[in-house]
Design a protein around this ligand. Structure first.
Ligand code: ADP
Ligand code: MG
Ligand code: MG
Length: 302
């Protein structure tokens, strides 16, 4: 169990003083789906990037906290009392990712000779290594039980301790791809070479399935998808929640994907603040009436 908490978050452009976020508060727990909606330019993507630690933004006030429960969390790591709440603003983007925050990778456009399989295995191993570093002061790791790490099979040859080897990864990948109803051939393709828009989005969900984050932030994963792909991607998001208890912050301009990924909570962002929150019915209301009525409600009639 984990909970991501934004408290009164204020952020501006790092180079300059243009204010973008002006007091965003939000909590996303494992297993919950939150939709973050709002008109263009309201600050949705900035919220996502600030959570991930994007260097283009400077946080001027507020907090981004990740609370972890005292139970097994990923790779057999027990959590010390003083490590239960992490201040993400003190951590680098890769450290935030290692603790269980997922924001889709900024892909290199194409890399010659790197298959999806190798790319994903590298990403998983990087996360495992970073986690071990973050938790290395924790006496719960390896001291009580020397064999506490990931299992490695004899077929794999030399694999660093804690790393996922080729054969083991193949199994993980196969399982996740079945879970997401993805074509096996996909994994053998070269990174992004000729991927369609829809395939890139499916890849994003596959990455999240492999990395098993506590909270995944998905920014406009529904944009530009035809109805079949939208359904595939939606099934994948539901599987993240159902199979691995991932909490999802689903950023979307349109209500459409929420027909397939039903949110527990819906938030409307206006001018860098969450102007209104509600249940799934709020998304329907926005679909019917647009965003202006929320503005009127918040600021008084224009
Ligand atoms: P949304 O995702 O809701 O459409 P964004 O978070 O992308 O909105 O942007 C919110 C506002 O902040 C917009 O007015 C946008 O132009 C501005 N903004 C975002 N990032 C930057 C940046 N790096 N430099 C300058 N302005 C930015
Ligand atoms: Mg600044
Ligand atoms: Mg955006």
């Amino acid at each position: 169990m984990a909970r991501l908490e934004l408290r009164n978050l204020h952020a501006e452009v790092a180079e300059g003083d243009e204010k973008i976020l002006e007091g965003v508060s939000l909590e996303v727990e494992s297993g919950e789906i939150h939709a973050l909606m709002g008109p263009n330019g309201s600050g949705k993507s900035t919220t996502a990037k600030v959570i991930a630690g994007h260097p283009a933004y400077e946080v001027t006030d507020g907090e981004v906290l990740l609370h972890l429960e005292d139970e097994e969390f990923g790779a057999d790591i027990e959590i010390d009392e003083d490590q239960r709440t992490w201040d993400l603003l003190d951590l680098e983007p890769n450290e935030r990712a290692a603790l269980g925050i997922f924001l889709a990778f900024q892909y290199p456009a194409e890399i010659d000779g790197v298959t999806m399989t190798n790319f994903l295995r590298t990403a998983l191993n990087a996360k495992i290594e970073e986690r071990e570093e973050l938790f290395e002061d924790d006496e719960g790791i390896d001291e009580d039980d020397e064999d506490d790490g990931f299992e490695t099979s004899p077929m794999e040859g030399n694999v660093d301790e804690g790393e996922v080897g080729v054969a083991e990864f193949q199994q993980i990948l196969q399982e996740k791809m079945e879970q997401l109803d993805m074509d096996e051939k996909f994994a053998q393709r070269y990174l992004n070479a000729g991927f369609s828009g829809g395939e890139k989005k499916q890849n994003e969900v596959l990455q999240a399935a492999i990395l098993e984050p506590s909270v995944a932030v998905l920014d406009e994963i529904d944009s530009g998808l035809d109805i079949d792909r939208l359904q595939d991607v939606s099934n994948g998001i539901n599987a993240l929640r159902d199979e691995q208890g991932t909490g999802v912050l689903q950023i979307t301009h349109y209500q459409r994907i929420l027909d397939y990924v039903e949110p527990d909570h819906v938030h409307v962002m206006l001018d860098g603040q969450i102007a209104k929150s509600g249940g799934p019915e709020l998304a329907e209301e926005l679909e019917d009436k647009g965003y202006d009525w929320v503005r009127d409600e918040v600021y008084g009639t224009a």
